[in-house]
Design a protein around this ligand. Structure first.
Ligand code: CTP
Length: 409
């Protein structure tokens, strides 16, 4: 996933620096080369030796070291990377970045770079919410620095709130989406995404539907478009707006959704994120069904809807190279998703737990498992936008693979 990518990791002085060791391991597992710059304060929390052992590269720290400068000048250090990651990004280093200071090697490298920068803030909650830090973060965002986290939770200083550095897996996901996004790897590819609920009419004023918000499906369509794909989004009735840079087709029922998907023509990838109603009224009434006093409530006879995912997954010359379905489960998540993958005939299933306690339906975050022929991958809890970016990056990687690699899966 990150093969051939070079990451310059700047480790500043915070208790979260210990997580950067795990971060190096995970980045390298994914094929990246990691080189570290350690600040003086950072060296109070982790040793240069641990960073060196994990990165299998020398660790840079002293701007005025003759050996360092002759081997690798600070300008070269910043230019030799594809991405700079500041983790932990303390209040101090963020302030120095915002002010444009060059008072140590880390700050100088950050000032001299022409490469994208990702910062993973880690600090006490009061420092994070202080007006000075808020203003610094605002300035850095305007200059194009990307932020991951911080997360909410208990802190080493016995306080609670936002300030915990993102977990290494979340930082890796952010690194992957930043590095893949700059390449527009899906240029020339066509994608189809279904999103939102469907509405099945009982009569002209009543319908059967569900709580799907369309947030996840819309975010996936937008993420695929950002990577350069030509995207058709087929959306049921949702409150979220149409994403920019792609074509949105609005439908109500499952029948209309299927027709719109087939009308989209041949695509390289189809992602079925819609919560399609499983059943529709067998005979929707042409006029509003009236209450009749003294009679039993009317029975609504149901009939199954077409299965859009299964239809798109059918083998044949027009089948997309990759078909991705979703599984919304409240129990036995992984087992049900594995069974669903083979039942529907799709290639991947993104399984998410929609038990009410998770707040997935309508919420902002999602915890998913990616089920494919290669096995089951548990992803960390991510914002729905990050799940979308990560899925789009995986799709790009898969579609970019030579056919022999696909056959070997
Ligand atoms: N799907 C579809 N057309 C349908 C029903 C579902 O395209 N008529 C797709 C959804 O978009 C999703 C996957 O199939 O990608 C979900 O499968 P489904 O069988 O509906 O499973 P769940 O909603 O997870 O629920 P259940 O297990 O009760 O079937």
């Amino acid at each position: 996933m990150l093969h051939g990518k070079r990451i310059l990791l700047i480790v500043a002085g915070g208790i979260a620096a210990f997580k950067s060791l795990e971060l190096i391991r995970r980045l390298r597992e994914r094929g990246a080369a990691v080189r570290c710059v350690l600040t003086d304060a950072g060296a109070r929390f982790v040793t240069p030796l641990s960073l060196q052992a994990l990165s299998e590269d020398r660790v840079y720290g002293d701007m005025f070291s003759l050996t360092d400068e002759s081997e690798m000048g600070h300008i070269q250090l910043s230019r030799d990377a594809d991405l700079l990651v500041v983790a932990p990004a303390t209040a101090n280093i963020l302030a120095r970045m915002a002010a444009g200071l060059a008072d140590d090697l880390a700050a100088t490298v950050l000032l001299a770079t022409d490469k994208p920068v990702l910062a993973a803030p880690a600090m006490n909650v009061r420092m994070w919410t202080h007006a000075a830090t808020v203003a610094n973060v605002e300035i850095l965002k305007k200059r194009g620095v990307t932020f991951v986290g911080p997360n909410d939770g208990a802190m080493a200083c016995n306080e609670h709130g936002p300030g915990r550095m993102s977990e290494p897996a979340e930082i890796v996901a952010a690194v992957e989406s930043m590095l893949v996004a700059t390449q527009r790897p899906l240029a020339g590819k066509r994608a189809l995404v279904t999103s939102g609920p469907t509405r099945e009419a009982i009569d002209p004023v009543r319908y059967i539907s569900n709580h799907s918000s369309g947030k996840q499906g819309h975010a996936i369509a937008a993420a695929l478009a950002r990577l350069g794909a030509e995207v058709t989004l087929v959306s049921g009735p949702v409150a979220v707006g149409d994403p920019a840079g792609l074509r949105t087709v609005h439908v109500e029922s499952a029948d209309q959704m299927l027709a719109a998907c087939l009308a989209a023509g041949r695509v390289d990838v189809a992602v079925c994120a819609a919560a399609v109603a499983d059943w529709k009224a067998a005979k929707p009434a042409g006029a509003k069904i009236k209450k009749k006093t003294g009679t039993q409530p009317p029975a609504i006879e149901l009939t199954p809807n077409p299965d859009i995912l299964a239809t798109l997954s059918k083998p044949g010359p027009g089948r997309p190279a990759l078909v991705v379905g979703f599984a919304a489960e409240t129990e036995d998540l992984v087992a049900n998703a594995i069974a669903k993958r083979s039942r529907k005939g799709c290639d991947w299933i993104v399984a998410n737990d929609v038990s009410p306690a998770t707040g997935t339906f309508g919420g902002e975050r999602n915890t998913v498992h990616l089920v494919s022929a290669e096995g089951v991958e548990a992803w960390p809890t991510l914002a729905k936008g990050d799940v979308a970016d990560r899925l789009a990056a995986r799709i790009a990687l898969h579609l970019g693979r030579p056919r022999s690699a696909e056959a070997a899966e």
